[in-house]
Design a protein around this ligand. Structure first.
Ligand SMILES: C[S@@+](CC[C@H](N)C(=O)[O-])C[C@H]1O[C@@H](n2cnc3c(N)ncnc32)[C@H](O)[C@@H]1O
Length: 276
């Protein structure tokens, strides 16, 4: 049993949820939760297996790649249908795992960097990129480590990670410093609703057994309103929110208006106010 299993039921998870809420965050702390890192390290070999432990991320990939490509192309005045519409743009994938999303972003032309706090994930990601001949800079570190180096990117992705970090407020603070003024931040996560408990915990972990039990702690899911409040504390506003819903007949995900389970947020970092 991994250390994260049944975390939702343990008293410790209550403390964690409080620490994790954007408004209750300590700010400036480490975003790394060692129990989460241990959990991901134990699953690292499965990253590129489309029917393995990361099956939902493989299923999510087409819809999120298209969303990021289209919004980025439109924001930066590119033609989305061209083969490499992200050419000339720097992109950071925070919590990249095995690189499931980083690789398609690099293939769309972005100068891509992937970071992950689980060292084994970075090894797997590097190996896969070498096999597919994709040029990506992969680094084993957390978002705050790049902030400390003063690095900034045109596009920052934080997909399916905010529910796994130790301190949400510190994480959002780091993201706000990593995206260039005028750049884009994309986030994807799950809302804390009765429906998400049924679908993401009971359905995905216990009934369909898509994910190992304990992969997600429902207490750590974040409602869109909470995410919006947390981002605002760091000067970021959500420009677009979209639900991402599963179609069991087609075994795929599509954009929807339903924000109760999976959702994505597009955040446009504003230009700094120029002194008069
Ligand atoms: C559910 S996976 C998502 C992977 C990838 N973003 C995707 O959507 O395909 C979450 C990832 O975040 C990483 N992670 C968790 N906390 C982190 C932190 N504080 N800094 C960097 N990576 C972290 C984990 O190691 C794991 O690879």
């Amino acid at each position: 049993m991994s250390s994260g299993q049944h975390a939702a039921d343990s008293p410790k998870s209550g403390q964690r949820a409080a620490q994790n809420s954007p408004k209750g965050g300590r700010g400036g702390g480490s975003t790394i939760d060692p129990a989460e890192i241990e959990k991901f390290a134990a699953m690292a070999e499965a990253w590129w297996d489309p029917v393995g432990k990361f099956r939902p991320l493989h299923r999510l990939n087409p819809v999120r790649v298209q969303f990021i490509r289209d919004r980025t192309a439109s924001h930066f005045g590119r033609e989305a249908a061209t083969p490499e519409p992200l050419t000339g743009l720097t992109l950071l994938d925070v919590g990249c795992g095995g690189g499931l999303l980083t690789e398609p972003m690099a293939r769309l032309g972005a100068t891509a960097t992937g970071i992950d706090a689980t060292g084994r994930n970075i090894e797997i990601a590097r190996l896969h990129a070498a096999q597919t001949g994709t040029r990506i800079t992969y680094l084993p570190c957390a978002a705050e480590d790049l902030v400390a180096k003063g690095q900034r990117f045109d596009i920052v992705l934080a997909m399916e990670i905010v529910e796994h970090v130790a301190d949400v407020d510190a994480f959002l603070a780091a993201l706000s410093r990593l995206v260039k003024p005028g750049g884009l931040l994309f986030m994807a996560t799950m809302s804390r609703t009765a429906k998400s408990y049924l679908m993401a915990i009971v359905g995905a972990e216990y009934v369909l057994r898509w994910l190992p039990r304990g992969t997600h702690d429902w207490n750590r899911f974040i409602r869109p309103s909470e995410l919006a409040r947390g981002l605002r504390r760091h000067g970021l506003d959500i420009a677009e929110l979209t639900g991402v819903s599963y179609n069991p007949l087609k075994d795929n995900f599509h954009l929807s208006r339903d924000l109760d389970v999976n959702y994505m947020a597009l955040i446009k970092a504003t230009e700094p106010i120029k002194p008069a």
